[in-house]
Design a protein around this ligand. Structure first.
Ligand SMILES: [Zn+2]
Length: 330
């Protein structure tokens, strides 16, 4: 397991100055993209206590790393494919590190717990051995969790545009309530699909610009650079596009403490209730389903919406309400 002695190592031929520069836009990634991405990664703080968070990937050989990416990646660089570079965490981060933006210790921990669960469920990083090898690994794993490392370089770039069993919703309706899978709590919450501009259509004051959602518009949208106003779908995310299933939607979560007034004005509720939700995490919601968090507030919201629609249509047309159902997606 010892590294080759530095004095005779061919790594000496490769000085830091000749390191292949990675493309700049490959060098940072948003935390959400790591956490929700198809590939799982362990996030490491490097150097320790620096509040700089990284994942490590070798794009050149399509290799990702396991539970100890610093060790895995430096071992990978020390291999034949990289000319036996010296085993050095600084070098590994410099060459293969991708800075994770909007990350902190708590988020990294959450992500890494998720990685551990995925690993236990059979997930292996890109370039690792298949399920056969992993079974052997599990057998020999007792006490040596560091061996959960996978740094075996193979070339199996399995890029999958469409998930095998996509059960999400790619075209949710504004004003309707959905069931949303909330990973950190491992539970479904009820949430309202919001408009991407003014909240008028859902009977709420204000708009997206007042919620904090506007400060981090996901890549699936085309938005005005200065004002952050959402103008439409980005390329590939439009209806019928190859990335439709990777869309994210502005949603307001209902929690059980949220009081929804049945009439009168509804302002933007306090608390961290707003989020960009992935299409894959959306499910139709049956209002009677009490096992879903926030269903009481969700029912109140629907009652309110019905009442308001009724009042509005009486006022403007003298007709019966348009929205007679419970706004439950079928
Ligand atoms: Zn490599």
């Amino acid at each position: 397991m010892n590294a080759a002695p530095t004095s005779t190592s061919p790594a000496n031929r490769v000085s830091a100055g000749t390191i292949r520069p990675s493309l700049p836009d490959n060098k940072t990634v948003d935390f959400d993209a790591v956490y929700d991405g198809d590939h799982k990664h362990t996030i490491v703080e490097y150097p320790k206590a620096s509040n700089k968070w990284y994942i490590l990937c070798c794009d050149e050989h399509s290799v990702h790393f396991g539970a100890n990416p610093l060790q895995g990646s430096s071992k990978h660089l020390n291999g034949k494919k990289h000319g036996y570079q010296r085993k050095d965490f600084d070098l590994a981060v410099q060459m293969l590190g991708i800075l994770v933006l909007n990350c902190d210790a708590e988020k990294a921990k959450q992500n890494n717990l998720m990685f551990g669960r995925a690993w236990d469920a059979g997930y292996r990083p890109l370039g690792a051995h298949g399920p056969k090898a992993s079974r052997t690994l599990e057998k020999t794993q007792d006490g040596t969790s560091h061996d959960r490392q996978s740094s075996v370089p193979t070339t199996t770039p399995a890029r999958q545009e469409k998930p095998k069993c996509f059960e999400g919703v790619t075209e949710p309706t504004v004003g309707e309530i959905y069931r949303v899978w909330y990973k950190p709590k491992h539970a479904y919450y009820s949430a309202l699909m919001l408009p991407t501009g003014s909240f008028d259509p859902v009977g709420m004051a204000g708009g997206i610009s007042e919620t904090g959602l506007a400060s981090c518009v996901p890549a699936c949208y085309h938005s005005a650079r200065k004002t952050k106003v959402i103008l439409g779908w980005a390329e590939g995310y439009e209806d019928g596009g190859p990335r439709v299933h990777r869309r994210r939607f502005p949603m307001m979560f209902f929690d059980d403490n949220l009081i929804i007034p049945l009439e009168g004005d509804l302002g933007i509720p306090e608390g961290k209730l707003f989020s960009w939700v992935f299409a894959k995490d959306l499910r139709p919601f049956n209002l009677d389903d009490q096992s879903v968090h926030g269903s009481r507030a969700a029912r109140a919201f629907c009652q309110r919406a019905k009442k308001m629609a009724r009042a509005e249509s009486y006022e403007s047309h003298g007709l019966s309400p348009k929205r007679t159902d419970e706004s439950v997606p079928s």
